[in-house]
Design a protein around this ligand. Sequence first.
Ligand code: URA
Length: 445
Amino acid sequence: MRMYDMILKKRGGGELTPAEISELVSGITDGSVPDYQTAAFLMAVYFRGMTKAETAELTGCMARSGDMVDLSSIPGVKVDKHSTGGVGDKTTLIVAPVVASLGVPVAKMSGRGLGHTGGTIDKLESIPGFQTALSVERFYEIVRETGLAVVGQTGNLAPADKKLYALRDVTATVDSIPLIAASIMSKKIAAGADRIVLDVKTGSGAFMKTVEESLSLAKTMVEIGGHMGRETAAVITDMDRPLGEAIGNALEVREAVETLRGNGPADLVEVCLELSANMLSLAGKGEIDACRALAAEALSSGAALERFRRMVAAQGGDPRVIDDPSLLPQAPHRLSVAAPRGGFIVSMDTQRIGLASVVLGAGRETKDAPVDPSAGILLKVKPGQRVEPGEEIAVLLTSREETLAPARERFYDAVVIAGERPAPVPLLFARVHQNGVEWLDNRVN
Ligand code: URA
């Protein structure tokens, strides 16, 4: 079918056949379909949506558009974990060593920061010497030796997604559930794990702003995973406030190490235990509650910290940073942010806080810009807490002093302080698995 006819069919609300979707993805990948037609197609999907069958087919074709990682030489059930993106989300640095220490291998490909959200690869690269671009053979070898490795995506993983994502970014078609689901799941399927746990974020710092949208995305992705023979579970977690107290690459590594020592902030620990429990359970280690207890024990015993240390050393990083965090990049400039008035912290617009950290240098303002590994924000308060006028509510850190004042303005714009204590909000909303949805209600303030 001609591309024009496929656009017309989708624009009219028709359902594309598997053969049509396959032809479309091949044409996008090899460049024979021009960007203007792909962009028109994306907008048609944005307004008309896709059926379950179309979304699953699109995901499969996108996954097969490049390399398919084969993890079969690594013994055991390999479980991957993916977050839809957040601010202060350093869970991979904790969850991967927790589950690896309990005998579940983690061979993970992660991404860099995107927009206001941070990325695991940028965080790990703040550890002096840490290598994220390894050959596939070395990647497998490290997983066989230490039980885990976290590397950047290979250049040819789901190339159709790279093209589609770049076009979606500039045509206002990012926030479409079938397109997000196909984008995330195609990369997870191509990355080779047997089972997948998704952390679907919801709230002001997430791509999905409401629980309903997040639930719909989670159900779509869980179904696609099942359809492709990769059992998938999702947890819907709060991103209406940053996770933990540290935002920024080296700052988050430091907080992750503290959490692996058993001294993490309560919200971060809770989300990590939930994700670890789901990964362990999918790997056949038992029911969720029993797996949660195993994960808690891996944190309190130091077993997970030792796994992290081994991974850092195996990937060329300086493992001394674990006992001496002053060896991590340190920002030369800092600014204490004071509460402009007294009252309760009612809300934190998490996207704006993420953007304030980008201004400081923790993320990229242009695609290929380097990040400042030392930059970021340390939160001294979270929503629900009471503050006195002038009390320190955050510390901003950077290598570029001139960014402090504009970042502070953004930070102030993001934080609402008022006289009334806000109602508590859940941290964990729901688990979504093949058999349905299980609502959770775990209030944090
Ligand atoms: N992350 C992805 O990889 N793809 C999307 O479409 C959105 C978030």
